[in-house]
Design a binder for this molecule. Structure first.
Ligand SMILES: [Zn+2]
Length: 254
């Protein structure tokens, strides 16, 4: 099962509730800035706001509570207090940006707690849709997500199911003492050295990039992360072909 945080990350989704919060805050902005102050909705709002303040901002059943709290959560409490701001698109954009940032912070915090997201955390920092999700076919997309998101059949993950210590989840393909994690599979396992060499050669041709000279983290970023310049699509195709071949070899040994 792909981790919730990975799905959220790959699709670039904020929290489901965020859209509603955004709409609520917009609506609130509209009420505050109504030109006709004698309209019923405005009058009711003023009344409820007074009640809310009188109750020391504790009454969760008061409509004002959630508007106040959501604004407070995104550091705009002062706007709730002063009611002084430019209504319209600027306000909407600001609210959207701050809610997105809050979602991102929360998402990063959740990722920090999950050991299987060791690779993913390095690859992904922003909540934006990954192009490969739209580009690739189902099976390829699945493989790519599995490698990025840590939900895969490598020993680092299956060993976890069996309760092994992380250091003990070594590679059973090359029988080295190296842990079989995403990095080992992609960049290091000697059993796929030919396939890897071919992958680097092809990338060298397409990107004019000496990828084999780079450090591990940069390689990882180029292969299954941000890619390289505008060649990400080609790189993905090359990497997928490596994955396919390597998995075929791996299957023979495990
Ligand atoms: Zn190995």
């Amino acid at each position: 099962m792909t981790t919730k945080e990975v799905i959220q990350g790959e699709l670039g989704l904020g929290k489901v509730s965020s859209r509603r919060i955004e709409l609520r805050l917009r609506f609130w902005g509209k009420i505050i800035n109504m030109k006709e102050k004698n309209r019923l909705v405005y009058k009711i709002y003023r009344q409820r706001r007074e009640d809310f303040i009188r109750g020391k901002k504790k009454d969760k059943n008061n409509w004002c509570y959630w508007t106040w709290k959501f604004l407070k959560d995104i550091d705009l409490e002062h706007i709730w207090e002063s009611e002084r701001f430019e209504p319209g698109q600027n306000f909407h954009n600001l609210v959207r940006k701050l809610i997105k940032k809050r979602d991102e912070d929360e998402w990063r915090e959740n990722m920090r707690k999950r050991s299987k997201l060791r690779t993913y955390r390095k690859l992904k920092d922003r909540l934006v849709l990954e192009k490969y999700v739209l580009e690739l076919e189902r099976e390829q997309r699945r493989q790519f997500t599995m490698l990025r998101g840590g939900t895969n059949k490598l020993r680092i993950e299956t060993g976890r199911w069996e309760g092994e210590r992380e250091d003990d989840r070594v590679c059973n393909v090359c029988l080295s003492e190296d842990v079989e994690n995403e990095k080992h599979f992609l960049l290091a396992c000697p059993m796929y050295v030919n396939e890897r060499g071919e992958m680097y050669e092809r990338i060298k041709e397409v990107c004019e990039l000496e990828i084999d000279q780079m450090n591990e983290d940069s390689k990882l970023q180029i292969l299954i992360g941000i890619g390289w310049r505008n060649k990400e699509k080609e790189i993905r195709r090359i990497v997928l072909s490596y994955i396919k071949q390597a998995l075929k070899i791996r299957k023979k040994f495990i």
